[in-house]
Write a protein that binds this ligand. Structure first.
Ligand code: BES
Ligand code: ZN
Length: 566
């Protein structure tokens, strides 16, 4: 395939050079002859002025160094003798590895920034198949848990190094395999396996959720599990690079598996081995999948998600990625995560595991933690720790949400147009200030179609209220019922969906029952009573932690939070 040969040259050369950073100088450089041959560099547009300034004029004729630009990257003219000082300058100035690639011909350089082998079209799905999708995504998004992301980063970064030839690098792969195996417990449709590599010890790790409808079509989300230290010191915790990406996609997997959503396509989660030494794990996997002519719907790479270096929340990289799929990802974020600020940038070179996929013709996306010039300054050193990330996963959380929405959208939800069930999802029974004023109850619809709850009743130990005819709980959404419209609005700054629909709720020992129009009990919750040791004080509510998940009807489904109506 076009582009493959090019990447092989890039990676092959990268490995033979002696710079500490794998990709600092790539491409085949001809050392023969006494003159100083011309080479063509590709760099990300944001650094072009600085590079231009450092190199000075290319020749006496005042010719511009920049000969072409596309997709956020540019081709610059240089002399071969300038490469070594440029590499050193890059490292000193940006404190980073990589940053430019070298090409032996103008054609190869232009090809590198313009070729879009993975920018393949995405045929539309029949509309009827999509009805359940927004509900499923909205239902699962709140389940993403940043503390679980933290725990996975902690686990991975506690190996002294995850370098691809080290024994602890192998241990880390096994650890991840074991974590994923736990998540997949009891699921016959999920396989977790190591993907061994012939040339080095560390395996890649793969988890596949088999599609219910189109099992031979794949949605891939990956990050690299290896780490590297090129700056001295003995450890390579790689908390941000790239325990963060692996932890982010692990949380996506956890929520999809816990929810039990049925997906049409197969979803493959990958922890790649040996990324830091030339994308070697992903190169083998993408090559193999291309050789097997696998049908890949899309590939998302998560490499560094937890350092907020820029004003933007998520930066979509435009090189070695599909423009079509990147635009679609930005739309998806706008729909489901409108609070996120999204911007664009480019790596300027094949900087991570999306590149081999792209070069093999598979569409890729790369949401990154910052603008290229503002990423975590501690990567590839013993300082890439969770502590440097403030022991926080607030930033990675955004990527997990985006990753979840993307995976579900790409894999497509199967069979959820069927109606779901209504559950009591939140109860604020001890309102601050005037008691009956701020009490509210929220109902949740687990399915893909709205449910009419007109004539249903909510009753507790004292009284009962009947829901007005025509009242609906939206698909995959909430219905907020209040005792008093004015009180609720004053407390929460928003109007309830329906007022006078909640009976007076006792501050101790009470049971709330939801019955449908034929008086059948649909759901029930109790508080501060036998078997229900749960207490929400004034301003708090009890919430069902996974309203879309299985209903065990026990207190363990519930927890106490600050009252927060949808
Ligand atoms: N996570 C980095 C890539 C990266 C760094 C992307 C900074 C954006 C900003 C990755 O793990 C890495 O270090 N890649 C190598 C390239 C590879 C071919 C050895 C690099 O950038 O040197
Ligand atoms: Zn990385």
């Amino acid at each position: 395939m076009r582009g493959r040969g090019h990447l092989a040259v890039v990676l092959g050369a990268a490995l033979t050079l002696s710079f500490a950073c794998g990709s600092t100088v790539v491409g085949e450089v001809d050392d023969e002859g006494g003159d100083d041959p011309t080479v063509w560099l590709t760099v990300g547009d944001p650094v072009v002025p600085a590079v231009d300034d450092f190199l000075g004029p290319f020749s006496d004729d005042g010719r511009s160094r920049v000969v072409d630009s596309a997709n956020g990257a540019s081709v610059l003219l240089a002399h071969e003798s300038e490469l070594k000082p440029l590499a050193a300058w890059f490292h000193d100035t940006f404190h980073r590895c990589g940053g430019f690639a070298t090409h032996e011909s103008l054609e190869a350089a232009v090809d590198a920034i313009t070729a879009q082998p993975g920018d393949t079209g995405q045929p539309d799905e029949p509309a009827g198949l999509l009805a359940g999708e927004p509900a499923a995504i909205k239902r699962m998004l709140p389940a993403i848990d940043k503390t679980r992301i933290l725990a996975t980063i902690m686990g991975l970064s506690s190996f002294s190094t995850r370098y691809y030839t080290s024994s602890t690098g192998v241990d880390a792969a096994n650890w991840l395999r074991d974590r994923w195996t736990q998540l997949a417990a009891g699921r016959s449709d999920v396989t977790v396996a190591l993907f061994p590599h012939a040339g080095w010890a560390q395996p890649s790790v793969m988890m596949t959720i088999r599609g219910q409808d189109l099992p031979d079509e794949y949605v891939v989300i990956g990050g690299h599990l290896d780490s590297i230290n090129v700056t001295g010191g003995t450890t390579a915790p790689g908390a941000d690079d790239d325990a963060s990406g692996v932890a982010t996609l692990t949380e996506v997997a956890r929520v999809i598996l816990a929810d039990g959503v049925k997906l049409r396509r197969s979803v493959v989660f990958i922890g790649y081995a040996a990324e830091e030494v030339g994308l070697r794990g992903s190169n083998e996997i993408a090559d193999q999948w291309a050789a097997e002519s696998r049908n890949v719907r899309g590939v998302m790479q998560l490499d560094m998600t937890d350092y907020k270096g820029s004003a933007a929340d998520i930066v979509l990289f435009t090189d070695y990625t599909s423009a079509t799929m990147t635009d679609a990802l930005q739309n998806l974020a706008g729909n489901y995560l409108p609070e996120l600020v999204i911007s664009r940038d480019a790596c300027g070179y094949a900087c991570s595991d999306h590149a081999p996929w792209f070069q093999n013709g598979f569409p890729t996306v790369l949401p990154f933690e910052s603008q290229m010039e503002e990423y975590n300054p501690n990567i590839h050193s013993s300082g890439d720790t969770l502590a440097f990330l403030g022991n926080s996963t607030d930033h990675a959380l955004k990527f997990a949400r985006l990753g979840l929405a993307w995976v579900v959208q790409q894999a497509r939800v199967f069979g959820t147009t069927a109606p779901g069930v209504v559950r009591i999802a939140q109860v604020a029974y001890d309102a601050p200030g005037v008691e009956g004023y701020g009490e509210f109850v929220e109902l949740y619809n687990t399915g893909g179609a709205a449910i009419d709850v007109g004539g249903w009743t909510l009753s507790d130990n004292l009284q009962s209220r009947t829901l007005r005819a025509g009242t609906q709980v939206p698909a995959g959404g909430w219905l907020t019922l209040a005792r008093n419209a004015d009180g609720f609005t004053a407390l929460y700054g928003q109007a309830p969906d329906l007022a006078r629909s909640v009976p007076p709720l006792a501050n101790t020992a009470d049971t709330l029952t939801l019955r449908n129009a034929s008086s059948t009990v649909v759901d029930q919750v109790s508080w501060e009573t036998t078997g229900w040791q749960i207490t929400a004080g004034p301003g708090q509510s009890i919430i069902r932690t996974s309203p879309g998940g299985a209903d065990s009807n026990t207190v363990s489904d519930w927890s106490v939070v600050t009252a927060d109506p949808h």
